[in-house]
Design a protein around this ligand. Structure first.
Ligand SMILES: NC(=O)c1ccc[n+]([C@@H]2O[C@H](COP(=O)([O-])OP(=O)(O)OC[C@H]3O[C@@H](n4cnc5c(N)ncnc54)[C@H](O)[C@@H]3O)[C@@H](O)[C@H]2O)c1
Length: 393
């Protein structure tokens, strides 16, 4: 599959050199003004070619408070939900950032594209594969730009993993172990419960941080098609009122509401005879589920895990090769320095809107990520391996 993502990246370099063309302003709206909307907002505010025009949230007054906290004047927020905002043609919006919880990703993306808008949609793409397919049908029908919010794609260390895999140094890749996560890190803080409820999140660690691990390797190896999945999921910590990661004031309530997974694992067969061994955790009795390892016929790559999956590489990587018959190790140092991943994610989307595409993180790639998540969840529900089928869109 052709990798269009780097084109968006290259065009974004222009902004780094301060040559943003601000003669046309991209008119942006927000759907959902919770936690992640703040990082989108900060990135947009750094661009002279963006005008924040409107925003909505289904919690009354929340959008107005959000924009007031940035001292933005004239932003229209008097909408009950995304449908009302999208119906307001006086806004002349070009694009929206969809920052809702997972269960509201598909319907908001579909509604926004049908309203003629380009979309930057937060990760995970959707909750189910069927939803993702519906979204992609509308993307095709409307010809809108739809980019999915995977900011680790813009990290130079992540890009180095892709370069190593593409260089051929590893030979033919046949086995990958990946995943990551936290020992005590269910994202239910103070009173916020949107990550742990089935009606808002729909999927737990599997979708929330699992999608990043899957993207790290799928993007590196060129998005081979997933064929089958055998998965397991667990909610043993989330449903326990004595789970030590909960704020004691909310522990009973959170345990009662917990309706997603806090750990997931599985085994995925990918096209090209590649096996993906995967595990991801919001909570477990272990410090780390292990490094990512990529095994190829000519070499192997070890990517150290991070303590909490945060979209970066955990330390110096190692390539294992044989040199003149001698087992040899090559260290790949971390590329350090400040990298504004979210700024690049948002900025590359704005550039794509201005240039007529392509989407920096396209659905044609992320559909495989969603298919893996969906396959693992379906397999876990029935206790056996499932086929993964992705229709032509
Ligand atoms: N890329 C990242 O680094 C990153 C980080 C955190 C969260 N996320 C993703 O962002 C999404 C949101 O996370 P969050 O922490 O901001 O959640 P949140 O619960 O704080 O915010 C979501 C907001 O969306 C609103 N909302 C829901 N449906 C709506 C609709 N139809 N119209 C208008 N508003 C609606 C909710 O009322 C809420 O205020 C999740 O999918 C999450 O996975 C991404």
């Amino acid at each position: 599959m052709a990798d269009k993502s780097m084109e968006g990246l290259n065009s974004f370099t222009a902004r780094e050199e301060n040559v943003v063309d601000a003669s046309k302003k991209v008119r942006i709206g927000f759907i959902g003004t919770g936690g992640i909307a703040n990082s989108h907002m900060k990135a947009y505010l750094g661009r002279p070619d963006v005008e924040i025009v409107a925003g909505c949230d289904i919690v009354p007054g929340k959008a107005a408070k959000f924009f007031a906290s940035y001292e933005l004047e004239g932003v229209k927020t008097d909408y009950r939900d995304h449908e009302e905002m999208l119906a307001d043609k006086s806004l002349n919006l070009d694009a929206v950032s969809i920052c809702t919880y997972n269960r509201q990703h598909a319907n908001c993306a579909i509604a926004a594209m049908r309203a003629g808008l380009h979309v930057l949609l937060e990760k995970p793409f959707t909750v189910t594969l069927d939803e993702a397919i519906e979204v992609m049908k509308v993307e095709k029908e409307t010809g809108r730009i739809l980019s999915i919010g995977f900011q680790p794609r813009f990290d130079p260390n992540m890009q180095m993993i892709k370069k190593i895999c593409e260089s051929g140094e590893l030979g033919r890749i046949y086995y990958i172990q990946t995943g990551g996560g936290r020992r005590r890190g269910i994202p239910a803080k103070s009173h916020k419960d949107t990550f742990i409820r089935d009606d808002t999140a729909g999927i737990g660690a599997l979708g929330d941080i699992g999608c990043y691990s899957i993207d790290m390797i799928m993007n590196a190896i060129g998005h081979p098609k997933p064929l089958t999945a055998t998965g397991m999921i667990s909610d043993r910590f989330g449903k326990d009122p004595n789970y030590s990661g909960y704020n004691p004031a909310y522990a009973e309530e959170f345990a009662e509401k917990f309706g997603v997974d806090d750990f997931a694992g599985g085994f995925i067969r990918l096209e090209g005879d590649i096996i993906l061994d995967f595990r991801i955790s919001w909570a477990m009795n272990m410090d780390s589920p292990g490094d990512t390892i990529i095994l190829g016929t000519e070499g192997g790559l070890r990517i150290p895990a991070t303590e909490c999956w945060n979209g970066t590489v955990g330390g110096e990587m190692t390539i294992y090769k044989e040199l003149e018959g001698v087992p040899t190790e090559l260290k790949v140092p971390i590329i350090s320095g400040k990298c504004d991943r979210v700024g690049l994610k948002v900025g590359s989307f704005v550039e794509a809107v201005k240039n007529g595409g392509p989407a920096p993180v396209p659905t044609s790639q992320i559909i495989y990520n969603q298919a893996i998540i969906d396959g693992l969840a379906r397999s876990a529900a029935i206790g056996r391996e499932v086929e993964i089928e992705i229709p032509e869109i």
